[in-house]
Design a protein around this ligand. Structure first.
Ligand code: ADP
Ligand code: MG
Length: 691
């Protein structure tokens, strides 16, 4: 999966008074570039320095503040060099230790001095002790702070005291513009922003730390709501901006599409017809479509893409389809060629597996418009391919690509100011909350129906110890004319090891099953070798295909009805679902055997349970989101972009819903407030959302 980073924002505004270059650099690490960013830098937790605890009653394992007189302070050398001080109050004595210390600290702890220590109390061999407590000198009877002390997320070289001082200064100097209409705040029970910020940075003494840290406090809800609202506004504006850009209007002349449909051995499902109609309507409008076609593995997205591509051709424009792997791209090319040859349409094919000369010839034919359709891998965007009349770019398995890669394909169209339409396809369903947030700038079509005649895949969990039985099953299945996949264990740490394992697995299976023809594909094969093996498997000449996850996405060989996945516990849920989706594509009953090795980790067990119990990709994605959290889920699309800092998509579903509604009315009725809010939270970082 491509990982990309957003370009860094500019460093602190010059002339931020009192903040030198070094401090500015450290603040920048926290994404703080101006005083107003400090306001939104909120505490992680709080320390209660409003009370003193008598040494004798301080509870081990809990933070406490004590005040006493220094009895002694020495540097000891055993068991290692450290500063050890004894502090006494009326109730007892406590030992304080510092393993790292400065001479100034030693001076501060001169015997007879009165100090306050804050830290976690431990029961030590010599009585209560504190390791590395915070210490400061006080006079007898000195007053205590009235509010909890906030503890901020920070970075090396930037102390809490400095951060607090800066934040306090910002709170005093910055005006906090209220952008939410009062009626909205009242309806949601949210305080004003200034009030919320004050409550979080300087909580009032009556509020226990636990209430604030729980984030259920109205002040926190206000912050989370604002953040979600800023995100919604940003997405909405991106959406509107896109609707304002120009694209070629591809009129739905249904000549080619009708002829393709007439020649197909199947009829479209209702879901496919709906998606085709939605896409066709978008393409006919002179603004760039940005649509995600979401459909479970095997739901038939390719034919929908082919029909859209024909609409472009019918209107005199080119269309390109990009797939994430060589194998998948080649399969698409073959399928499209087979479908379109009867219509007299040739499909260009750009991949690493073709010789330089053949590729150059293909590029030339695309460049002068002799070829109207192109299929390829990254080669489509990496080679100097010119598609002068690109009207539609299709990206299959879009989550496998980075934001910039998808943008690059769009830029291929040199049709002046007219950008191409963009259709993205994915079998990884996006849970509702994510669809509403991170993907809210897309239009979505869903294939919620599988073509008829599929038999559900039976999933079996089998311990590694019973591998012999599994091999026997492969033998029996292939003897009946079926075909099987054997997926090698995933070894993420080392590609070399992964290849070795694949080779070993292949050798073992060849020895165990001498009567079968067995093929091996992995990422390091030459493209031509890979494609020859895949072609042999698709043609039924190879019975058993031993493979790494290069076959994970999209591969479509309907006669294959047995899938064995070794060390299934190492794979992610989306991956397992994709792999399992390689079978169950024909009419034969299919089986997916998940071999696992004991002992299972807790998360490995949880994943196997989910995949065993669920066949619906949406349900699996929901569980995946629950197990992994949205950060990883959003993956390449969001990479480089800050995810939500405070809001939590799962926990804040109600706020998200409200934010979505509010974004519409705010943009309509108070566009300046909406812009201010977006600036406050995203400050120019939202560019990549538009990909
Ligand atoms: P995916 O959505 O996973 O990309 P494919 O487009 O590869 O699915 O389609 C899976 C298989 O189903 C292909 O062999 C395709 O030709 C076939 N197919 C697609 N639509 C239908 C349909 N409506 N009826 C029967 N088979 C279909
Ligand atoms: Mg597909």
């Amino acid at each position: 999966m491509a990982r990309e980073r957003a370009a860094p924002r500019p460093a602190a505004a010059p002339g931020w008074p009192g903040v030198g270059a070094q401090l500015a650099a450290r603040l920048a690490k926290l994404d703080i570039r101006a005083p107003r960013d400090l306001l939104l830098h909120l505490p992680l937790r709080y320390e209660d320095e409003t009370r003193l605890t008598a040494i004798a009653v301080a509870r081990p394992g809990f933070p406490a503040q004590i005040e006493g007189e220094v009895v002694s302070c020495d540097v000891t050398l055993r068991p290692r060099r450290q500063l050890v001080a004894h502090i006494a109050d009326a109730s007892g004595t406590l030992v304080a230790r510092w393993l790292h210390f400065y001479p100034s600290q030693q001076k501060l702890l001169a015997p007879g001095r009165r100090v306050r220590l804050f830290g976690e109390v431990r029961g030590g061999f010599f009585g209560s002790e504190m390791v590395h407590p915070r210490v400061h000198p006080v006079n007898a009877g000195e007053s205590l702070p009235e509010a909890l002390t906030p503890v901020y997320p920070t970075t090396a070289g930037l102390g809490q005291a400095t951060l607090r001082k800066l934040i306090d200064r910002a709170l005093a100097s910055e005006t906090v513009a209220e952008v939410l209409p009062p009626a909205l705040c009242a309806r949601l029970g949210l305080p004003g922003l200034a009030e919320a910020l004050r409550a979080l940075h300087h909580p009032s003494p009556e509020v226990p730390a636990s209430v604030l840290e729980d984030r259920q406090h109205p002040a926190w809800r206000r912050i989370r709501f604002e953040e979600l609202l800023a995100q919604q506004i940003s997405l909405r504006r991106a959406y509107n901006a896109r609707r304002a850009r120009r694209a070629p209007a591809l009129a739905a002349g249904d000549g080619l599409a009708r002829r393709l449909l007439a020649g197909l051995p199947f009829a479209l499902t209702a879901a496919q017809r709906r998606a085709v109609a939605e896409i066709a309507a978008d393409l006919a409008v002179p603004h760039p479509m940005q649509r995600l076609l979401m459909g479970d593995v095997g739901s038939g997205k390719t034919i929908v893409a082919a029909l859209a591509m024909l609409q472009a051709v019918d209107a005199g424009y080119q269309a390109a389809l990009m797939a994430p792997t060589e194998i998948l791209a080649e399969q698409h090319w073959q399928k499209l060629s087979q479908w379109l040859a009867p219509l007299g349409i040739e499909v260009g094919w750009l991949s690493g597996s073709r010789g330089k000369r053949a590729r150059a010839a293909e590029m030339a034919r695309l460049a002068d418009g002799e070829l109207m359709l192109a299929v390829g891998t990254h080669a489509l965007i990496e080679d100097p391919v010119a598609l002068p009349r690109l009207g539609l770019a299709v990206v299959d398995e879009q989550h496998r690509f980075g934001v910039r890669q998808r943008l690059a394909l769009r830029e291929k169209g040199a049709a002046g100011a007219l950008g191409p339409h963009l259709l993205m396809m994915s079998a990884t369903p996006i849970p509702r909350t994510l669809a509403m947030s991170h993907y809210a700038d897309l239009d979505v079509s869903v294939l919620d129906e599988l073509p008829p005649g599929r038999t559900p895949v039976i999933t079996k969990l089998v311990s590694d110890a019973r591998r012999g039985e599994v091999i026997a099953r492969v033998r029996a299945g292939c003897a009946e004319g079926r075909q099987a996949y054997w997926v090698c264990p995933l070894i993420e740490e080392s590609e070399a090891l992964q290849l070795q394992t694949a080779q070993d697995t292949y050798d073992t299976l060849v020895a165990a099953l001498p009567e079968l023809r067995i093929g091996l594909v992995h990422g390091r094969l030459k493209p031509a070798e890979k494609s020859a093996t895949m072609a042999a498997f698709a043609a039924g000449e190879v019975h058993l295909l031993v493979a790494t996850t290069v076959i994970e996405v999209g591969v479509d060989v309907p006669n294959a009805s047995l899938m064995v996945i070794e060390h299934a516990e190492r794979f992610g849920l989306a991956q397992l679902h994709q792999l399992r989706g390689r079978v169950g594509r024909g009419s034969a009953a299919s089986v997916c055997i998940l071999l696992y090795a004991q002992p299972l980790s807790q998360s490995g067990r949880a994943r196997l349970k989910v995949i065993y119990e669920n066949s619906d990709g949406f349900a699996i994605a929901r569980e995946d989101l629950r197990i992994r959290g949205p950060g990883e889920f959003v993956g390449a699309r969001q990479s480089g972009l800050p995810l939500l800092r405070y809001a939590d998509l799962e926990a804040d579903g109600d706020l998200l819903e409200a934010a979505r509604e509010a974004s519409t009315s705010l943009l309509r009725d108070h566009p300046q407030a909406a812009a201010a809010l977006q600036e406050r939270w995203l400050g120019g970082r939202e560019g990549l959302l538009r990909a």
